[in-house]
Design a protein around this ligand. Structure first.
Ligand SMILES: *Cc1c(COP(=O)(O)O)cnc(C)c1O
Length: 389
C-alpha cells in the first residue's frame, strides 16, 4: 500500500491484508519454529523461525511504512535493536552520543562496547559548533540521539544533525521511542537508522517487550537481518502479534496522550512547588517544526529552597500518586510516574547524572489516556506531599 495514505490507514492496513487462505481479517499468529519443505532444495519463503515468521513480517511491513523506510527489522527488545546497530562498529571506532540518553543504552555503550574498544564521546548536541569540533577530532562512525530525549525531553534538530553527520561520513541514528512514528519520521529528515523500543508507544499497552530498526538503505536492512539471524535477538511471533494489535491505534492514542500531557505541563508550570518543567511543547521552533504533537512525556523538578531533605520530599510526592503508577517504562495507556535518578538512570554514575541535569528531585511522567481531570487531580494531590517551607 502506498505511503501517501494517511498514518492511521497505514497503521491498520499495511502488511495486514486479509489472509489469502482463510480470509482472516487480522494477520494470524504463526506459532511455528520450522516450516515443512515440499521437496529438497525448495521452500515457500520460510525455513526457520529465527529468521522467518509471517506474523513478524506483517509487523515489519507496517513499521517500515509508518517510519517511511524501505524495511524494518524487529528484535526481541529495544536493547537488542540498539545492540544490532552497534554491531556495525569495529574496534577503534567512535560513537558520538547525546548526553541525555536512555540509561540502558548508556550501559550498553559503557559496559559492553567500551571494553571491546568502541569508545563513546558524550556531547550536548544542541551546540553545533562544539559538536563540529568533536566530529573533526574524533571522526565518529555514528551519531546517536533521542529526540525528545530521556528524561529531559530535549528536542534536537534532526535535519541539521543529519547534514552534519553526513559531512563527516557518520551515520545518524535516532532513537524515536519517545516521539513514536506518529509525531516524527527521522528518516524523512535525513537520519540513516531509526530505532524503537516498541515496548513503549507502539505496543502501547504495557504488555509486551520488543524493538525494531527501520532504514531507507536496503543494504543496512540486509545487514541488520544478518545480525539478527546470526546473533539471535529475534522478536517472538506472539510479541509481534501483540505489537501489531497495539500499533493500529497509535495515532488516536497519541492524540489523547498529547492533549493530556499539554494540560499537565501547564498545570505544573503554574504550581508553586515545581521548579522547572521539561516538555517538548516548551522547547521552541525546532520542536514546533519537527513534531506533529508534543507527545505524552513531561518531566519536572521540585523547588528545593526551603526543603531540608529533598529526597524525602520526592518520596512523599511519589507515594501520594493514586492514578499514576510508580513504575519503569512509558508509552502505555495507563499513566506512570518515575524517578530517573534511582530508576531508569541508576546505571549512570551520580556525578555524571547530576551534571547532565538528572538531579534527585527530577520526576518523570508518562501521561496516559485516562480522563485529563482525574490526572490533574492526581498530580495536584501528589504535590500536596511537598512539605511547606
Ligand atoms: C525503553 C527504551 C529503550 C530500551 O527498550 P527495551 O524495549 O526496554 O529493551 C531504548 N531507548 C529508549 C528511549 C527507551 O525508552
Amino acid at each position: 500500500m502506498p505511503n501517501q495514505q494517511g498514518f492511521n490507514t497505514r497503521a491498520i492496513h499495511v502488511g495486514q491484508a486479509p489472509d489469502p487462505t482463510t480470509g482472516a481479517t487480522v494477520p494470524p499468529l504463526y506459532l511455528t519454529s520450522t516450516y515443512t519443505q515440499p521437496e529438497l532444495g525448495r521452500h515457500q519463503g520460510y525455513e526457520y523461525g529465527r529468521n522467518d515468521n509471517p506474523t513478524r513480517q506483517a509487523l515489519e511491513e507496517a513499521l517500515a511504512s509508518l517510519e517511511l523506510g524501505t524495511g524494518a527489522v524487529a528484535f526481541a527488545s529495544g536493547m537488542a535493536a540498539s545492540d544490532a546497530i552497534l554491531r556495525f562498529l569495529d574496534p577503534g571506532d567512535v560513537v558520538v552520543a547525546a548526553e541525555d540518553l536512555y540509561g540502558g543504552v548508556y550501559r550498553l555503550l559503557e559496559r559492553v562496547y567500551r571494553p571491546h574498544h568502541v569508545r563513546t564521546v558524550y556531547q550536548d548536541l544542541g551546540r553545533p559548533a562544539e559538536l563540529e569540533a568533536t566530529l573533526q577530532r574524533e571522526r565518529p562512525r555514528m551519531i546517536w540521539l533521542e529526540s525528545p530525549s530521556n528524561p529531559l525531553l530535549q528536542v534536537f534538530d534532526i535535519t541539521q544533525l543529519s547534514q552534519l553527520a553526513h559531512q563527516y561520513g557518520a551515520w545518524l541514528v535516532v532513537d524515536n521511542t519517545f516521539a513514536s512514528p506518529y509525531n516524527q519520521n527521522p528518516l524523512a529528515l535525513g537520519a540513516d537508522l531509526v530505532v524503537h523500543s516498541t515496548t513503549k508507544y507502539i505496543g502501547g499497552h504495557s504488555d509486551v517487550i520488543g524493538g525494531a530498526v527501520i532504514a531507507r538503505d536496503p543494504d543496512l536492512i540486509e545487514r541488520l537481518k544478518f545480525i539478527r539471524n546470526t546473533a539471535g535477538g529475534t522478536l517472538g511471533p506472539f510479541e509481534a502479534w501483540l505489537t501489531l494489535r497495539g500499533l493500529k491505534t497509535l495515532g488516536v492514542r497519541m492524540e489523547q496522550h498529547a492533549a493530556n500531557a499539554a494540560k499537565i505541563a501547564d498545570f505544573l508550570s503554574a504550581h508553586p512547588a515545581v521548579d522547572t518543567v521539561y516538555y517538548p511543547g516548551y522547547r521552541g521552533p525546532v520542536a514546533e517544526r519537527q513534531m506533529r504533537t508534543y507527545g505524552g512525556m513531561v518531566s519536572f523538578t521540585l523547588k528545593t529552597d526551603g526543603l531540608s531533605d529533598p529526597m524525602a520530599a520526592v518520596k512523599a510526592v511519589l507515594n501520594r500518586f493514586q492514578v499514576f503508577s510508580l513504575a519503569e517504562s512509558l508509552g502505555g495507556v495507563e499513566s506512570l510516574v518515575g524517578h530517573p535518578a534511582t530508576m531508569t538512570h541508576a546505571a549512570v554514575p551520580a556525578d555524571d547524572r547530576r551534571r547532565r541535569g538528572v538531579v534527585d528531585t527530577l520526576i518523570r511522567l508518562s501521561v496516559g489516556i485516562e480522563d485529563a481531570d482525574d490526572l490533574l487531580q492526581d498530580v495536584d494531590t501528589a504535590l500536596d506531599g511537598v512539605p511547606k517551607a
